[in-house]
Ligand binder design. Structure first.
Ligand SMILES: *Cc1c(COP(=O)(O)O)cnc(C)c1O
Length: 421
């Protein structure tokens, strides 16, 4: 039996309606930017396996480092213990994070990092003796699938059945430059009627909202409003972090830095699951007390796993290298040229780009999980390119190690796909 067939017996896949999509593609091997399935077909991983493997799959520099660490220390409780990989990672990460970030709290997936960010924001006020329990979030944000993260997300296809059980969240539109004043008016109204603890947002690019890119000045206005009203700002950089927007973090491009940041996905270069919620000293100090109950009583068994920390250290070393920084500039320029070429195509309504994140909207309405979307996905796969259209958006978020011929193949496959829809 093939893997594909054996898979069907016991496995339940994420974000999948198995009755409509019974077939999974069995991947046997991955190297650099290429995935190879069990029949030997090759696919260029044009979305870096959900924005994780930014330095290519099975990168020798990273795997060798982790292999060495495996022979030294595999896992230890992180409550009451510490170890070299966690300490070294903290030093390296703080170096590249926005300047106000001082403390790191570990978990093991992006949703949990947001969950922890929300708990920090809520307990910050609680510890200061204030009751603030409402959160603010963007209408079409996505922050993960656990309850807190789901609450601040806006996509009802995921959280519909649980709506009644979610945290109290007020939603505002994403700023587009024209609605900025209107958003501030909405915020005034929200704070007049609610005690707001925090604002959770994806800075500059909203991944699951189909790489929606918003107005920087508008976001700056919202952040400045939050600061003025002691609303804790929680930047979810799970997708945007580690170079994708052209700077180490999207928040680097904003004047107002977040109080709390959520990191995962590319944090460990796609090798191992890990997440970090970082925060400023002001947040940390609200928990630092002689009173034990003021501590943050949250913990995951695999917190700061030494192997995951080692992968993250190696990832940061690559990210900050001249070679990867040059690659990022090159990809940005190639995408720009492709955007110029494709933007006037009669099936394309608009193109947009932030850093190495490129997206184009088709001027055809498509359902998020509808037939046309499936047809496009199949077309890309049949042509050896792994792209995952979101609604009527096709986006590219390839590893920094992608070659020019591979990028050209992605571009030309997209151009051919426009002819079949
Ligand atoms: C993927 C993602 C998450 C959730 O991370 P998981 O590791 O899948 O739980 C949260 N926020 C953003 C912006 C993401 O892209």
């Amino acid at each position: 039996m093939t893997l594909k067939e054996r898979d069907k017996k016991h496995l339940w896949h994420p974000l999948t309606q198995h009755k409509l999509h019974p077939e999974a593609i069995a991947i046997k091997k991955a190297k650099d930017c290429v995935l190879i399935d069990e029949e030997g077909h090759e696919y260029i991983d044009a979305i870096a396996s959900w924005y994780t493997c930014m330095y290519g799959h099975c990168n020798d520099y990273i795997t060798n480092r982790v292999y060495k660490q495996m022979q030294q220390l595999d896992q230890v409780v992180f409550s009451g213990f510490t170890h070299e990989p966690a300490v070294e990672l903290s030093e390296k990460l703080i170096e590249i994070l926005p300047q106000n970030q001082e403390k790191l709290f570990f978990s093991d997936n992006g949703s949990s990092s947001v969950e922890i960010g929300i708990k920090m924001a809520l307990q910050y006020h609680f510890n200061k003796g204030e009751t603030r329990q409402t959160l603010i979030a963007f209408e079409d944000g996505f922050h993960g699938d656990t309850f807190g993260a789901m609450s601040v997300s806006g996509l009802s296809v995921y959280n519909g059945p649980f709506e009644e059980l979610l945290l109290d969240v007020k939603r505002i539109p994403t700023p587009n430059g024209e609605n900025n004043g209107d958003i501030i008016a909405q915020l005034e109204h929200i704070i007049a009627n609610n005690k707001v603890a925090g604002f959770v947002y994806e800075p500059l690019v909203q991944g699951a909202a189909a790489m929606k890119m918003h107005d920087k000045n508008g976001l700056e206005l919202i952040l400045s409003f939050c600061k003025k009203h002691q609303i804790i700002t929680v930047a979810d950089e799970v997708m945007t972090g580690f170079g994708k927007t052209g700077t180490y973090f999207a928040s680097d491009q904003l004047d107002i830095k977040p109080d709390i940041m959520c990191l995962s996905k590319a944090l460990t270069a796609g090798l191992l699951p890990m997440a970090i919620t970082s925060c400023s000293l002001e947040i940390y100090n609200a928990f630092y007390s002689d009173d034990i109950a003021k501590g943050l009583f949250h913990g995951h068994t695999y917190s700061a796993n030494p192997l995951a920390c080692t992968a993250a250290i190696a990832g940061i070393e690559l990210l900050t290298s001249k070679e990867i920084q040059n690659n990022i500039s090159t990809i940005i320029a190639y995408h720009k040229a492709f955007g110029e070429r494709i933007k006037n195509h009669n099936k394309v309504s608009s193109v947009r780009q932030t850093g190495i994140i490129f997206a184009l909207d088709l001027n055809i309405k498509m359902e998020r999980y509808g037939n046309l979307r499936d047809k496009l996905f199949k077309f890309f796969m049949n042509h050896g390119v792994f792209l995952r259209p979101l609604g009527s958006t096709i986006y590219i978020l390839a590893p920094y190690t992608i070659s020019k011929p591979q990028l050209d193949k992605i571009y030309s496959t997209i151009e051919s796909a426009l002819e079949i829809i």
